[in-house]
Design a protein around this ligand. Structure first.
Ligand code: CUA
Length: 344
């Protein structure tokens, strides 16, 4: 009878602690960006988080409650120096605390699988956007429209398929309000992430993988707009891209800038990691192996595609081969037009 009374009070203590801690944790969750429900993917993630926090509150209260109750109620009486009761195993209890947690863990794994399925649900009409992360900036290419942007514009209520790549080290794409997070890997490996934004608004993508000195500043604006506003933005960006006009030279400069060529090759004659493009077209250059080459269309095309093949004397093979892989022949022709224009 006395034992039943203890069980009763402990149960009340555990229930009270669970409710208090659980409600507190739910309040914390409600204030997290994830709970804004800004994407279809964030909703099941928030639900699973909520359930986990209740489980955490209960388990903490179960252990902490029993401990607290025992420390207070079963304290040593003053002057009592006898040993505690000796207990040798309890088969029903051991079976209970093996089977119940096993079932609970399996159930949580099932919920996790269900959740992952909801988050990775594919829409065949998803709009593709190529995302490139490099130290320390983001680039967004919309291959359907031939647009490159440093802001991620997204139409509301439309799934986008983000194809993520990194240039040199691992980065990680994360918009907290959208929920899921995905790494960007170097070496030509492409990772995918699907997002369906459901709320118009301004967000920020951050990099969630330590990637060097300016990692903390590797952010870019994410703008979710209505479908009509998105169409307007696309039209504006397409008009901005000189590669949609006849201006080959302007297109070449746009591509050279967008692909990072100008980090090593200057347009003003100053020396860099690679030869300057000023006055190089049509000249005879000495190569590292002692032979010479005329810098013409064929040599430039080859140097973009296979930078290591014939290196100009005095320079090292430092050009990433990925750059050549990303450019089409027409795009390289535009860059050649730019280089040729720098001879005057
Ligand atoms: Cu990129 Cu951290």
């Amino acid at each position: 009878m006395k034992r039943l009374k203890h069980y009763f009070f402990v149960a009340i203590l555990i229930a009270g602690l669970t409710a208090g801690i659980g409600l507190l944790l739910q309040q914390v969750l409600a204030r997290m960006p994830l709970s804004s429900g800004a994407s279809l993917q964030a909703v099941p993630m928030t639900e699973l988080f909520g359930l986990h926090l209740w489980a955490i509150a209960f388990l903490f209260s179960l252990i902490g409650g029993i401990l607290l109750y025992s420390v207070i109620v079963f304290r040593n009486k003053k002057g009592d120096v006898t040993d505690g009761e000796y207990i040798e195993g309890n088969t029903p209890l051991e079976l209970f605390w093996t089977i119940v947690p096993l079932g609970a863990v399996l159930y949580i794994a099932f919920l996790g699988g269900q959740n992952l399925q909801a988050v990775e649900l594919k829409d065949p009409n998803a709009m593709r956007i190529d995302v490139t992360g490099q130290q320390w900036s983001w680039r967004f290419d919309y291959p359907e429209y031939g647009i490159t942007s440093d802001e991620l514009y997204l139409p509301v209520d439309q799934q986008v398929l983000l194809r993520l790549r990194a240039v040199e080290v691992v980065h990680s794409f994360w918009v907290p309000e959208f929920g899921p997070k995905q790494d960007l890997l170097p070496g030509g490996l492409v990772r995918e992430l699907r997002i369906t934004p459901t709320k118009v608004g301004d967000y920020t993508v951050g990099c969630a993988e330590l990637c060097g000195r300016k990692h903390a500043f590797m952010t870019a604006p994410v703008v979710v707009v209505s479908k009509t506003e998105f169409a307007d933005w696309v039209a504006r960006k397409m008009a901005e891209n000189p590669c949609n006009t006849d201006d080959q030279i302007a297109c070449g400069e746009y591509l050279a800038r967008g692909n990072g060529c100008l980090a090593c090759h200057s347009l003003d004659g100053s020396s860099g990691i690679g030869p300057t493009w000023v006055g190089i077209f049509g000249t005879e250059e000495a190569l590292a192996d002692g032979s010479t080459v005329t810098v013409d269309d064929a040599y430039i095309l080859e140097s973009v595609r296979e930078p290591a093949r014939r290196i100009v004397e005095g320079f090292k093979d430092s050009m990433p081969v990925e750059i050549g892989k990303n450019l089409t022949d027409e795009q390289i022709q535009a860059i050649i037009a730019l280089i040729a224009s720098l001879n005057q």
